[in-house]
Design a protein around this ligand. Structure first.
Ligand SMILES: NC(=O)c1ccc[n+]([C@@H]2O[C@H](COP(=O)([O-])OP(=O)(O)OC[C@H]3O[C@@H](n4cnc5c(N)ncnc54)[C@H](OP(=O)(O)O)[C@@H]3O)[C@@H](O)[C@H]2O)c1
Length: 341
């Protein structure tokens, strides 16, 4: 058989085997959402409950199941026997947390990924979706960043520990799939925001940090809010309910790529974002920029052509999503349930 025919034959066999093995969301009977109390896990629970109420959901709080323990994870999966697993548990934080606690970020995220992926394989979970992050791509990646720029040059140093653990998670799925023929695959979301976000003063991401700062300035009648840097860097933001819809779309796919970008496909400058947050909060004071503080990478935008080609696009405009996130933040403040960890 010549080489081309052999390759064609191998592809047909692979496609047939994947068809037999593949567990689509519409066929799933039980799903374990690791990290269900987090922002992404919560959005996944809402989306699955709304669209697939027949699916049994398995969840466990950190007190019930410490994902850093392989023995505990094995026991949980052996008892519950989900057919699908989504890994939305991780140690997550902004630049400050990442650069202050790099050992915690690399150790905990490596262990969570390895323990869950290995247990999924050992106990016959048919499908795993692992959530990584856009920070897996190199500091000098082309913009927008395509999936294949992974490992093409050095990472951004401030979150290298987190990124290495996320790359390891993606590679675990890829290699278990390659060696064992299991349907383990990954999604790499851009910056997320929405209900259930973390509003900690130092550890949070840019949107919850800005919402909180403008809100407090408004409450305290302060004349000015100062934002770090020049305001010119451009970033991409995806509402967490859009992300959950994207994950469900991927879980329906019969032969998804090993990893795929999940973003909205366009970016805004930090200045534009700060103006939008100011309007959302209804703050009347001044907005200024402390240009003595570092800006970071000039632009970070995911190339979402692959996800669009699979028939998925983000739906929630930034202004609408911010209004919803602010409303959720105020409600959580009133009920003393705002996350500040
Ligand atoms: N937020 C973003 O902007 C963003 C962007 C790109 C990718 N992602 C990815 O999306 C995923 C979810 O992020 P998120 O924003 O939803 O994070 P999150 O709100 O901090 O939620 C993470 C969840 O993981 C749980 N967890 C962490 N360590 C655990 C452990 N040892 N045992 C048991 N549970 C543990 C946490 O439990 P507790 O509730 O007990 O703390 C929490 O419920 C992560 O993989 C992250 O890398 C997030």
């Amino acid at each position: 058989m010549n080489e081309r025919r052999q390759r064609f034959f191998q592809m047909q066999v692979r496609g047939f085997l994947l068809h037999l093995l593949c567990m689509r969301l519409s066929e799933a009977q039980s799903i374990f959402i690791a990290g269900h109390r987090g922002m992404v896990g919560g959005a996944l629970i809402r989306a699955i409950t709304a669209r697939h109420p027949e699916v049994k959901l398995h969840t466990a709080s950190r007190q019930e199941l410490d994902l850093l323990s392989q023995a505990a994870v094995n026991a949980f999966i052996a008892n519950t026997r989900p057919d699908t697993m989504v890994i939305a548990a991780a140690k997550v934080g902004g630049i400050h947390a990442n650069s202050t606690y790099p050992a915690d970020f690399i150790y905990e995220n490596l262990m969570i990924a390895a323990n869950l992926v290995h247990a999924a394989f050992e106990y016959g979970v048919k499908r795993v979706l692992f959530l990584g992050s856009s920070c897996i791509y190199p500091r000098e990646a082309p913009q927008p960043m395509p999936e294949d720029c992974l490992l093409s040059s050095p990472l951004e140093s401030t979150n290298e520990a987190y990124a290495i653990a996320k790359i390891a998670g993606l590679k675990l799925c890829q290699h278990y799939r390659k060696q064992h023929g299991v349907l383990f695959h990954s999604a790499m979301p851009t910056n997320l925001y929405g209900p259930g976000d973390n509003y900690h003063a130092e550890n949070s991401h840019v949107i919850p940090a800005l919402l909180r700062r403008f809100h407090e300035a408004k409450q305290e009648g302060r004349e000015e809010v100062v934002v770090w840097g020049t305001g010119s860097p451009r970033r991409e933001f995806l509402h967490v309910d859009d992300l959950a819809a994207g994950c469900l779309h991927l879980l329906e796919s019969g032969d998804p790529p090993d990893w795929i970008n999940l973003g909205c496909g366009h970016d805004v400058s930090i200045r534009e974002l700060a103006e939008l947050v100011k309007t959302t909060v209804g703050y009347q004071g001044n907005l200024s920029f402390d240009t003595s503080k570092p800006d970071g990478t000039p632009r970070k935008l995911l190339d979402v052509a692959k996800m669009n080609a699979l028939g998925w696009k983000a739906q929630i405009p930034l202004a609408t999503g911010l209004a919803e996130a602010y409303s959720d933040f105020k409600t959580s403040l009133e009920s003393h349930t705002a996350r500040c960890v």
